[in-house]
Design a protein. Structure first.
Length: 448
């Protein structure tokens, strides 16, 4: 577990020390000993690992312009880290999630296993072995690659039905997100061949909830009595933040708040993973409005975590994306102005707007005026009418208006910022690798 496989040129393994589950756990701290805040070295009881999937420094810069002020994490920037996988300069979420959960590199597409197929213990599993409670929260299917990396071990990230089975086998205390179909059998419209994992979960002591109201009514789960919480609020992924109000689904902040309320009952502490999943999906679509609105929703969840940490005094909050998606730029088209604030008026995703176009796309101007507030030029209207992909053309127009550029529709190899608040937050200072993050957390929690 947590073997240090080494880093590429420019990244230095800074120290090795703590032994966890019998294997070396390299602790990393680029800040000199004399410069550390020694009064902040007390043991960490709880860790809240906040993962904005696809988020990088350019997302952070554009979001600051979009919001008009600093984000809650800006004051807590500590360092940067590299993200390459075992078999690619550019990682996918499975390999990145595995690195962030186990301290080991693996191949793209693989969850919780090393490149040879050996099972890797995750930091969530190690926390459980030390008596801590555990939780997973996401706005994607909860069995998606990033959350899966913390509590499952499969050769392919696409095997979400197996991932769901392993969550229950691992007895994760709080599981909140989308993906109900991955827990139900085909006979009930789901993806499992025969298993009804919702029924199984209830037999294991899980309370099952499906709506925002049901979630908010179930904050009093008693962990000490063996009670747990499974919340699956959509058959697939939850709705994008721009359209969440049209559903009965909770916000990411609400799921985070409930998870903390339940997990903090454990006297030995807890380990919670919260993923803002759809920032990544917005990046793939080059949809700037979607991206910024989902970053805003993620920030509300981080605020919940930091508010708890401020009151608790024993909680470490770490905010770190798994990779960049889309190669977002802060500025475009030769302009010297940043204009992301115009995205505050965008109220729908590009996909949604494209679905509102009529057959000959003669209503482009009206649709965009309704959902963006933009008065399109004739050239912009024509570009959308002529495009083979109307949604992508709409996203291009919206991004151009915001002076946001994109270099890819996939992930990139950009370095990612890490933010941390709470005891031992300074241990994340410096130039790191994604495999360093769980090692630092494990040492901070004194996991045995």
């Amino acid at each position: 577990m947590f073997n240090n496989l080494g880093k590429k040129l420019g990244v230095v393994a800074l120290s090795a020390g703590l032994v966890l589950s019998g294997l070396s756990l390299g602790a990393v701290d680029a800040k000199p000993e004399h410069a550390r805040n020694k009064g902040n070295n007390k043991k960490v009881e709880n860790v809240i690992y906040m993962i904005p999937d696809g988020f990088s420094s350019d997302y952070a810069s554009n979001y600051r312009v979009y919001k008009g002020e600093d984000a809650v994490w800006d004051a807590h920037l500590k360092g940067m880290f590299t993200t390459y996988s075992a078999n690619s300069d550019i990682t996918d979420s499975a390999a990145a999630g595995t690195a962030m959960a186990t301290g080991n590199k693996t191949n793209n597409g693989v969850v919780g296993l090393d490149p040879e197929g050996n099972e890797l213990q995750t930091i969530l599993e190690a926390a459980q072995e030390n008596g801590k409670a555990s939780g997973l929260v996401a706005t994607s299917t909860i069995t998606h690659a990033t959350p899966a990396s913390f509590a499952s071990h499969v050769e392919s990230r696409n095997n979400e039905t197996k991932i769901a089975e392993q969550y229950l086998a691992n007895e994760v205390d709080v599981i909140l997100g989308g993906g109900k179909d991955n827990f139900l059998p085909v006979s009930k419209g789901g993806n499992q061949e025969e298993l009804d994992l919702i029924k199984q979960a209830e037999e294991q002591g899980y309370e099952f909830v499906e709506t925002r109201d049901e979630l908010l009514e179930n904050k009093d789960i008693k962990l000490r009595k063996g009670e747990k919480l499974l919340g699956l609020f959509a058959n697939g992924a939850l709705a994008p933040e721009l359209h969440r109000d049209e559903t009965e689904e909770p916000s990411l902040a609400e799921m985070t708040e409930v998870a903390i309320d339940i997990l903090e009952e454990n006297k030995k502490g807890f380990f919670l993973v919260v993923e803002g999943s759809q920032i990544d999906w917005a990046g793939h679509a080059n949809d700037a409005g979607y991206a910024m609105s989902d970053v805003a929703a993620f920030e509300e969840a981080v605020e919940e975590a930091i508010e708890f940490a401020e009151e608790d005094g024993k909680t470490l909050v770490v905010v770190a994306g798994d990779h960049d998606t889309g190669g977002m730029t802060t500025g475009s088209k030769g302009s010297m102005e940043l204009n992301a604030a115009v995205l505050q008026d965008v109220t729908a995703t590009g996909d949604f707007m494209a679905a509102q176009l009529n057959e000959d796309r003669s209503n482009v101007r009206e649709v965009l005026a309704k959902y963006t507030g933009f008065d399109l030029t004739n050239e912009e209207v024509q570009a959308i009418q002529d495009a083979s992909n109307a949604a992508f053309a709409i996203n291009t127009v919206v991004s151009d208006r915001a002076n946001i550029g994109w270099t890819s529709t996939n992930h990139t190899g950009a370095d990612i910022p890490v933010y941390a608040y709470g005891p031992q937050a300074e241990k994340f200072v410096g130039f790191l690798d994604n495999t360093d993050l769980p090692k630092i957390m494990a040492k901070a929690m004194k996991l045995k």
